[in-house]
Design a protein around this ligand. Structure first.
Ligand SMILES: *Cc1c(COP(=O)(O)O)cnc(C)c1O
Length: 394
């Protein structure tokens, strides 16, 4: 088989940092992916919350090919219109003031932590350098981002980690208050923890965190790399909670599959990024921002977001019905099209059986399965996917 040959060649020359599933994908259409041997899968992972418009979306393909004919890259020494348009859309959709664009979620978190520290040095005190992050969080694989990540399994053998980043339990306001001091520059959290097992923040908790940050001049950073860009049925998840951070980090879905990330901040904070403080060669490039302009127009439309909310409700109802049927599922958690089920067994074998049955799923920790399908998924495909899941629970 063609796939087998490609995997053997890959194993010889690619560093084995991923325990890849034995599938070689060739192309996709809508919410389906087809492998090199012609087998088709329904995709409930969407490149882990990246392919929000699915595969081969006509508007996205057209925008990319048009932009490729004009110019692929131009340095940040100069301006171009697609980046300005993308920044205008991002500020309007977020209710924040200024954007810095880079290429990934980890880089977005790096930018946010740098900006927060610079702000705190000027606006608080020279010693205000500490960043408080959450247990079970995930912020990416670069050094500061992996230090902020509250999961020791990802930090093995990497010490010494970055200084002045500490962790507290998520959704525990007393623990957070006890950890805050005049040294605190920023609090960093995911409104819905993704990789850590799909754990939404309690609304009261987020409200209290916002008040704490206001009272003590602490920069509140929301990492919405996974839960942002329409995933939960509002453009950013914080909009569903009715509070606003000082900096929001985005990436994954923003350009529909083209690498892009960034931060949006309030003017109060963003004004500390001035010439020389931060940069990225590829950041805000014409190709990525041309793609983002399509995604932001489609996903930012209130009607589209309402549909995400409705489809999320459908997915959630189907999962709750499945939970009621047996005793394998112990919890259903999430918001919109970011849902997770906790199992009494390990997630891995269920994910593998679903794959054999033609459904792509991804775990989030040992016994949680995460559902982050393309945002364009139909109700019929939600039903089809949940039926395959049921058949795969064993
Ligand atoms: C995926 C993810 C990141 C890291 O993004 P990369 O693009 O892989 O660097 C950071 N934060 C959250 C919440 C994520 O889900």
């Amino acid at each position: 088989m063609k796939s087998q040959h490609i995997m053997e060649r890959g194993s010889a020359v690619i560093m084995p940092t991923y325990a890849r599933f034995p599938i070689v994908f060739d192309h996709g259409e809508g919410c389906e992916l087809t492998d090199a041997d012609g087998k088709t899968y329904l995709d409930f992972t969407a490149g882990i919350a990246v392919n929000c418009l699915g595969y081969h979306h006509p508007a996205l393909t057209a925008a990319l090919s048009d932009q490729a004919k004009k110019m692929l890259h131009v340095s940040n020494l100069y301006w171009h219109e697609p980046m300005v348009q993308a920044a205008e859309k991002l500020t309007r959709l977020s209710g924040l003031d200024q954007v810095f664009m880079c290429n990934s979620g980890a880089e977005a978190n790096e930018a946010a932590m740098k900006l927060a520290r610079i702000y705190a040095k000027h606006e608080k005190a020279k010693e205000a350098v500490e960043i408080i992050a959450m247990d079970h969080s995930f912020h990416g694989r670069t050094y500061a981002a992996i230090t902020a990540t509250g999961q020791p399994k990802y930090q093995k053998d990497l010490d010494p980690l970055m200084p002045a980043i500490r962790h507290v339990p998520f959704n525990d306001i007393d623990a957070l208050k006890a950890a805050v001091s005049p040294r605190t520059a920023a609090i960093l959290l995911e409104p819905i923890q993704g990789e850590g097992g799909i754990h939404p923040a309690d609304p009261d908790y987020l409200t209290e965190v916002r008040a704490l940050c206001d009272a003590q001049n602490i920069v509140l950073i929301f990492d919405e790399v996974q839960c942002g860009i329409g995933r939960t049925g509002t453009f950013f998840a914080y909009q569903g909670y009715g509070i606003k951070p000082d900096i929001v980090c985005f990436a994954k879905g923003v350009a529909g599959g083209v690498p892009m990330g960034g931060i949006i901040a309030s003017e109060q904070v963003s004004r500390y990024f001035v010439p020389g403080t931060h940069a990225s060669t590829f950041g805000a490039g014409p190709l990525a921002t041309a793609a983002a302009n399509v995604v932001l127009d489609i996903v930012g439309d209130p009607k589209f977001l309402d549909e995400v909310k409705n489809k999320g409700d459908t997915l959630r109802e189907r999962l709750l019905a499945l939970k009621a049927k047996g005793d394998v599922i112990t919890d259903v958690r999430g918001l919109g099209l970011m849902q997770g089920i906790e199992l009494t067994c390990e997630a891995g074998p269920v994910v593998n059986r679903a794959m054999d049955n033609g459904l792509l799923l991804v775990g989030a920790g040992k016994n949680v399965i995460r559902f982050v399908p393309p945002l364009i998924i139909s109700e019929a495909d939600i039903d089809r996917g949940v039926a395959i899941l049921e058949q795969s629970l064993g």
